[in-house]
Design a binder for this molecule. Sequence first.
Ligand code: OGA
Ligand code: MN
Length: 271
Amino acid sequence: MRLIATPLKDDIGMEIHADIDTLLSPEVGAQLRKLLIDRGVLVFRTLNPGDEQQLALAGNIGTLRQEQGRSIYKITLDKNQNANADYLKGSWLWHLDGTHDRIPPFATMLSGKVLSETGGQTEFANSYAAYETLSDEMKRRIENLKVVHSVETSMRRAGIAATDHNLSSWRSNPNTTHRLVWEHTSGRKSLVIGCHADHIVGMDRKESDALLKELLDWATQPRFVYRHEWTVGDLLIWDNTGVLHRAEPYPLDSGRVMHRCTLLGEESFSH
Ligand code: OGA
Ligand code: MN
């Protein structure tokens, strides 16, 4: 099967050129899965998939997962379309999806339906590559550290109002503790950090804040980052187990709509 794949940056990203029928064949599914794990993000420019095609392509790469009872979930800040849109402002800070679970989604796929006139681009940072290039000294320092992740912390950092309603919804997700360095079954290692990382277990708060900031700054430096400038119809998928992501802030009434689906996680965080 013909599939043309062009690297986007040395350390992250691959653009895939193929028509949808090619992409839906089983052999190509296996190839895409390998490329996804290898390159962190796959970009299909102006593929313009319908929801069924998006789901079929995602299902060809992994196992589809339901989100709030649906296979396709609409990412929009428009309160008429998404009643709890507020929390999506949390996606403006670097994060991994699903750190409040033991097993996070393997991958997330977004299809650009309506774009914002300003802002709203999406950035991805390869935390596998970031880990691999840390100094040996830093690798030793963080080897056995554990981090407490908190939904409330990420929402507060995103500037979302801590109303009684929001607080009780945030707190319905108990804090989780994961190893800072995720050792995958493949043997590769990635960093589990982001706006949800509240503190390092057993470390003084100041030291913990400084170390988490140093690692996040390291992982999100330009060399590890791919920034996607959206065109309507673009489709993206990223490996959520090794890639941090964030949306550039955009106006609440911009009309931006992404159709999102996620793939079932296949391994739990390291504990
Ligand atoms: C997400 C997310 C970023 C975007 O869907 O998990 O963070 O650009 N989206 O909408
Ligand atoms: Mn996200």
